[in-house]
Design a binder for this molecule. Structure first.
Ligand code: GLU
Length: 392
């Protein structure tokens, strides 16, 4: 027998993405004929709007099938810069934008070019499960800022101040948040900025991928617009997946200080090169076009968010702080007496419901359910969860 090849320490320490693994598992079980309801990965069930598909098709037919500039098509970089300047109030130029393979690559590249071994990433918890892995892949360690439902999943400026050490290098802000749906208000961002002014070595990455998905009464604010004096050390990550229903297209962006974006582009030139050329033309149509389609989908997600929240709050033993944005609910299920991994495994096996354990997001008391599914699927999922709880 040939000896097994030894994996790098990095690879051995790596946890594969559980959100993707669970949705793949749900698909596999379904293809085997099992009756599965999946409220796992956050993926809009809408088709990408027709005008975007048409723009990509035309680009494909027009021969945009070759290598393009690593950092992205110049028109797309400009259009994203215009969006940031006009919609988010963050004055940005095209050369401050890197087009990436989804928001994920923007985050990955940024972590790689900003962090060294020994550096610390400040991460409010619960957090999206890929942030810690990306920090570790860059050799950095993670210092969590724990939050829970009792404070609305928010950390205060004192908590941030107390968490910062001489090794702190990057604060991760994700608003609206995956998995909690928490949305940071303007005054909270101002308070965070006030702390950051005292710590010039700490940069911030604002993952704004859910910016379009807000419950009524909530607004999205960019930290860089609230604190323009800190703009040199604020990085914005965003993409087309959630707002425009383009998950499979893999087009996102990183925006921020020119030299950091240039370093991330150099990294990309040695790893993946340009994002799929014709997909970028679809993205160009999306970002330059009317936001009506985005608003319509966002309105539908608001209805579904309420449907999921109301349904969860009606289930005995579950505690939920209703999400203010994104498309997840993160109820506390600890009253059922099972750790979140066991609960999710049993939900899948016993009632065919695929949801994601809170442990992967840094809170073992909770589970994450996505409302990026049809109302009938949400109702079905709620029904399975209720039945499971009643059978305990
Ligand atoms: N970000 C989405 C989620 O958390 C998509 C899956 C992933 O990339 O993790 O479900």
């Amino acid at each position: 027998m040939p000896a097994l090849m030894t994996l790098s320490a990095r690879a051995q320490a790596l946890q594969p993405s559980l959100t993707l693994a669970i949705s793949a598992k749900a698909r596999e079980l379904r293809s085997q004929g099992r009756d599965i309801c999946s409220l796992s990965a956050g993926e809009p069930d809408f088709d990408t709007p027709a005008f975007i598909r048409e723009a990509a098709t035309q680009a494909l037919e027009a021969g945009h099938t070759r290598y393009g500039p690593v950092a992205g098509e110049p028109d797309l970089r400009e259009a994203i810069a215009t969006k940031l300047s006009d919609e988010n109030g963050v004055p940005t130029r095209g050369d401050q934008v890197l087009v990436t393979n989804g928001g994920k690559q923007a985050l990955y590249n940024l972590f790689q070019v900003l962090l060294d071994p020994g550096d610390e990433v400040l991460l409010p918890a619960p957090y999206w499960l890929s942030y810690p892995e990306m920090a570790h892949l860059a050799g950095a360690s993670v210092r969590c800022l724990p939050t829970d439902a009792s404070t609305g999943f928010r950390f205060g400026p004192e908590q941030l101040e107390a968490a910062i050490t001489s090794a702190s290098r990057l604060l991760v802000l994700n608003s609206p948040s995956n998995p909690t749906g928490m949305v940071l208000g303007r005054s909270e961002l101002e308070a965070i900025a006030e702390v950051l002014r005292r710590h010039p070595a700490v940069s911030v990455v604002c993952d704004e991928i859910y910016e379009m998905l807000l419950s009524p009464g909530h607004a999205h604010h960019s930290l860089a617009a609230v604190a323009p004096d800190l703009a040199e050390r604020i990085f914005i990550v965003n993409g087309f997946a959630k707002g425009w229903a383009m998950t499979g297209w893999r087009v996102g962006w990183l925006a921020g200080a020119r030299h950091v974006v240039a370093a991330a582009s150099a990294l990309q030139s040695q790893s993946t090169s340009n994002v799929c050329s014709f997909a970028q033309f679809g993205a160009l149509a999306a970002v330059s076009g009317s936001r009506d389609c985005v608003r319509e989908m966002a309105a539908e997600f608001s209805v579904r968010r309420s449907r999921l929240s109301d349904g969860l709050m009606a289930i005995e033993g579950l505690e939920l702080l209703p999400p203010q944005g994104a498309f997840y609910a993160f109820p506390d299920v600890s009253a059922w007496g099972l750790d979140s991994m066991t609960l999710c495994r049993r939900l899948l096996e016993e009632v065919g419901l695929a949801v994601v354990p809170g442990a992967a997001f840094g809170d073992d008391r909770c589970i994450r359910l996505s409302c990026a599914a049809s109302p009938a699927t949400i109702d079905d999922g709620l029904d399975r969860l209720r039945r499971f709880g009643e059978g305990l």
